[in-house]
Structures are given as structure tokens and as C-alpha cells.
Design a protein around this ligand. Structure first.
Ligand code: UD1
Ligand code: CA
Length: 461
């Protein structure tokens, strides 16, 4: 089949400089959802009609295309946009005449492959147009499906061209249709714009098909939400929630325990093994993989990370570009930045920031530390307030801390510096040279006490 996706509209009601079809659902452009659903039908060609913001739409979408999708995609510019029929007219020279054509909208992102297959099968069975129609309690704004007393579809009337009797019809045109391509070309080529909006309506091909005595059938969507379009920020947000709920359902079907399926956001891909538990308010971005038995506490943000089996991520932790565990405990309030590798059984506590560093098995950094560009061995204890001074104002330098080191609280390690195996650093040390293995190293001013010392008193005026 050919797939035509209409995406030239301006989307004025979004009140945004971003072309409408690039507004995200689940962290990626709406149009990309429609493209991937279309691709799953294995069409010969996908032709996308763009106009408003054409360059930006094309560049953004092409940047994320797989080679397989790229090889079947074609872009067609429609400028100015003179209606849905005019949009399809721009694609006619590209259509393969020997297979049916499916028309989709770039701003209706939740459409499912099963529904589209039913449309294509309708054409293949009846050799005529198949429409995706739905029944809305409030059909305002949509084209209405006009049927004869026997239930045969006669035409589609747009809201603006309809009288009160026609407006009372509740069966609406979702806009999605499939048609035999040769006939589609004939009908679209003969459209006019004699209507209330002065546009070339794709929907007028229904009347032309009826006039030729060709059959018209309709199918209903699997779920009504598949047909919801995005015209405003409110509608985008509503569809975002519906989409997130679908992801939540898939996770729960796979055995993930979600504290509240209405309070999770997945902007990317989240892959969970068995017995994973996720509390409310978590946000996942990019590619996240969570192994068996992991617990994620409330309000965590996790981006491009892998979390090993049995690890616990406590509340309000922010994890970006890290490999963790197994059996690690992170947070609450921890921040792991890109390039972080946390081995088995490590504890990272509250207000600890780690960047481009590795911690070996069973090491601990339990409170208030900054570990940047550090290689830390096994069973190391990093005291509260420890800081790796990795930046000298020009370059970054590494800190190496070998196995079984004990670092006292409030220590600064001025990199580049190495702490040898089993060394102890006294609290408050500013380490500027390597610390030898198995020794106590400390740098500390002599402690003094001043007898009879009096605090200054505030003067009386
Ligand atoms: C259209 C249908 C209407 C249906 C409704 C469903 C027509 C004449 N009407 O109306 O029966 O109930 O969709 O939402 O088809 N587009 C272009 N080029 C254009 C005009 C539109 O690419 O010149 C694209 C838009 O970007 C959008 C889609 O086509 O993705 C629908 O356009 P829109 O203006 O929203 O159509 P409606 O008037 O709502
Ligand atoms: Ca619309």
C-alpha cells in the first residue's frame, strides 16, 4: 500500500513557533508516532505532505529515522495549504497505482496499526473507499457522515457547510481513509473548492465515488482515543496522558508494580524485568533498563541508565547516564551524572553528586560529597563532605582512590592525586600530594585553645 500523511497545517491554536506535528508525545514528535505506526504495516511508500515549517519538520524527523524508514519515505511540499484534497493532490504522481492508498493525519498520534489494517482490508475486500468513522456525543467541528435510509454512505458534509439537521448527525469523519489508488487519483484530480471555506476537500471524493456507483464502507476504531487529534495545548496534554496510561498498562501487564499508573512519565523507552516497583511521580527519559527486583522511590528522574538487579533508588534521586548495581542503594536526593559506574552493593547517600567516576563493590559515600573524575576501588568509605577538586580552572584531573581506603569527613582531594590501598585520610585533610598505602595521612593546623578569651560585646549608645 501507499501511505499519505497530511502534515501541512499551521496549527494556529497551538500558539507556538514549533510546527504542530513536532510537538512531542512521550518525548518524541507526534509525526514520528504516526510514521512508526504506518511503517509497521510494511507499506511500499510513505509520503508526508508538509508546508508550514517544512524545513524544520523534515530536518527534525529525518534526524531520528532508521534506514528502513528512510528508504520508503518521501516528502512533498504543499504551499499554500488549500485543503485536505489539495494536499493529497500533491502526492498523486508518487503513488503506486497497483495498491491501495491509506490517508493519515500527522496530528492524530494514537492511531493503532490494527485499525489501519482494518481500513486497508476494507478496500481490498470491497474495492472502494473505506472510511474510519466514529460516533461522538459532541460532534461539533467534524465532518458528518450522511447515510441513506438503508445505511449506505452518501457523502461527508463539513460542519461549516452543514445545516442544523445535518449538524445533528453524530457519526463523524475521523479523516482517516483508504481508497483504491487509480480511482483516488481520478476523484482528487476533479475536486473543486466551491464550499464555505473555499478549500479543496478530500471528503468530496465520497460523493464522486457514489456518483460512479462504487461501494463505500466504514470501519470503527479499536479505541475511540485513537482518533483524537491535537489542535491545542490542552488536547496535546490530554493525549500525552492517554499515551502515558498506555505505557503504564504495558508495564503493569509485564508485572511492574506502579504505585499510581496516572503518575508516571516515560519520555523514551523503559524496559523493566520482573518484580520492579516504581513509586509515584517518576520520570524516565531516553533509554532506561531496569533489572529484576529494583525499587524506585517517589519523584526520581532517570535518564539513559541501567539499574542492576535488587538495587534501590530512594526518593528524589536524579540519575543521568549511569550504570548502577546490582544491589546498590542510591539516595534519597542523590545526583548521578553521565559516566558514572556504581558497582555491586555500593551505597550512595543524600546530597552526593557523582560525575564521570566509578565506585567499586561495597564502597560507600553516604552524605554530602562531590566525586568527579574519580576512580574509586572496593570497600572505600568516603566521609561526609568529601570533595574531589577535579578542576583547576583550566583542566580536569583524575583522583584515584584504591581499595579499602577510609576518607575522613570534610576532606578535599586536589587532583591529580592518588590515595594508596588501605590508606586513611584524617578528617579535614586537604590532600595535595599522593597518600601512601596503609598509612594515616592528614593535613591539619595545630589545634590551640586561648584561655580567658572574651567575645566582643555590643557597645551601648
Ligand atoms: C478534516 C475533515 C473532516 C474531519 C476532520 C477530522 C476535510 C475537508 N475535512 O477537517 O471531515 O472530520 O478533518 O479531524 O478533509 N492539512 C494539510 N493541508 C491542508 C489542510 C490540512 O496537510 O491544506 C492537514 C492538517 O495538517 C491536518 C489534517 O490535514 O493534519 C486535517 O486538517 P484540518 O484543517 O485539521 O481539517 P479539518 O478542517 O479539521
Ligand atoms: Ca483538525
Amino acid at each position: 500500500m501507499n501511505v499519505v500523511i497530511l502534515a501541512a497545517g499551521k496549527g494556529t491554536r497551538m500558539r507556538s513557533g514549533l510546527p504542530k506535528v513536532l510537538h512531542p508525545i512521550g518525548g518524541r514528535p507526534m509525526l514520528s508516532h504516526v510514521l512508526h505506526t504506518a511503517q509497521s504495516l510494511e507499506p511500499k511508500k510513505i509520503i508526508v505532505v508538509i508546508g508550514h515549517g517544512a524545513d524544520q519538520v523534515r530536518q527534525t524527523i529525518e534526524a531520528g529515522l532508521t534506514p528502513a524508514l528512510q528508504s520508503i519515505m518521501h516528502w512533498v511540499i504543499q504551499d499554500p495549504p488549500l485543503g485536505t484534497g489539495h494536499a493529497v493532490a500533491q502526492t498523486l504522481p508518487l503513488l503506486d497505482q497497483d495498491c491501495p492508498t491509506l490517508v493519515l493525519y500527522g496530528d492524530v498520534p494514537l492511531i493503532r496499526a490494527a485499525t489501519l489494517l482494518a481500513l486497508v482490508q476494507g478496500v481490498q475486500t470491497h474495492h472502494g473507499i473505506t472510511l474510519l468513522t466514529a460516533r461522538f456525543d459532541q460532534p461539533k467541528g467534524y465532518g458528518r457522515i450522511v447515510r441513506d435510509p438503508q445505511g449506505q454512505i452518501l457523502r461527508i458534509v463539513e460542519e461549516k457547510d452543514a445545516d442544523d439537521a445535518l449538524r445533528s448527525i453524530q457519526e463523524i469523519n475521523t479523516g482517516f481513509m483508504a481508497a483504491p489508488t487509480q480511482a483516488l487519483c481520478r476523484w482528487v484530480g476533479a475536486l473543486d473548492n466551491h464550499n464555505a471555506q473555499g478549500e479543496f476537500y478530500l471528503t468530496d471524493i465520497i460523493g464522486k465515488s457514489v456518483a460512479e456507483g462504487m461501494p463505500i464502507t466504514s470501519v470503527a476504531p479499536g479505541h475511540i482515543e485513537e482518533t483524537f487529534g491535537v489542535n491545542s495545548q490542552q488536547e496535546r496534554a490530554r493525549i500525552e496522558r492517554l499515551y502515558q496510561r498506555q505505557i503504564a498498562d504495558v508495564l503493569m501487564q509485564a508485572g511492574v508494580r506502579l504505585q499510581d499508573p496516572d503518575r508516571i512519565d516515560v519520555l523514551g523507552s523503559l524496559d523493566c524485568a520482573a518484580d520492579v516497583s516504581i513509586h509515584a511521580g517518576c520520570l524516565f527519559e531516553g533509554e532506561v533498563q531496569i533489572d529484576q527486583g529494583v525499587t524506585i522511590g517517589p519523584h526520581c528522574v532517570i535518564r539513559n541508565a541501567r539499574i542492576g538487579a535488587g538495587s534501590i533508588i530512594e526518593a528524589f534521586s536524579h540519575i543521568d547516564g549511569a550504570e548502577i548495581g546490582p544491589s546498590a542503594v542510591i539516595g534519597p536526593y542523590a545526583r548521578l551524572r553521565p559516566g558514572t559506574a556504581i558497582a555491586e552493593g555500593v551505597h550512595v547517600g543524600n546530597f552526593v553528586e557523582i560525575k564521570n567516576s566509578s565506585l567499586g563493590p561495597r564502597s560507600k559515600a553516604n552524605h554530602l560529597a562531590y566525586l568527579g573524575d574519580a576512580t574509586i576501588g572496593s570497600r572505600v568509605n568516603v566521609g561526609a563532605g568529601t570533595i574531589t577538586c577535579n578542576y583547576d580552572g583550566a583542566e580536569k584531573h583524575r583522583t584515584i582512590i584504591e581499595d579499602d581506603v577510609f576518607i575522613g569527613s570534610d576532606t578535599q582531594l586536589v587532583a591529580p592525586v592518588t590515595v594508596g590501598k588501605g590508606a586513611t585520610l584524617g578528617a579535614g585533610t586537604t590532600l595535595t600530594a599522593d597518600a601512601p598505602a596503609h598509612q594515616l595521612t592528614l593535613s591539619r593546623a595545630q589545634q590551640v585553645s586561648i584561655k580567658g578569651y572574651r567575645r566582643p560585646q555590643k557597645k551601648e549608645h
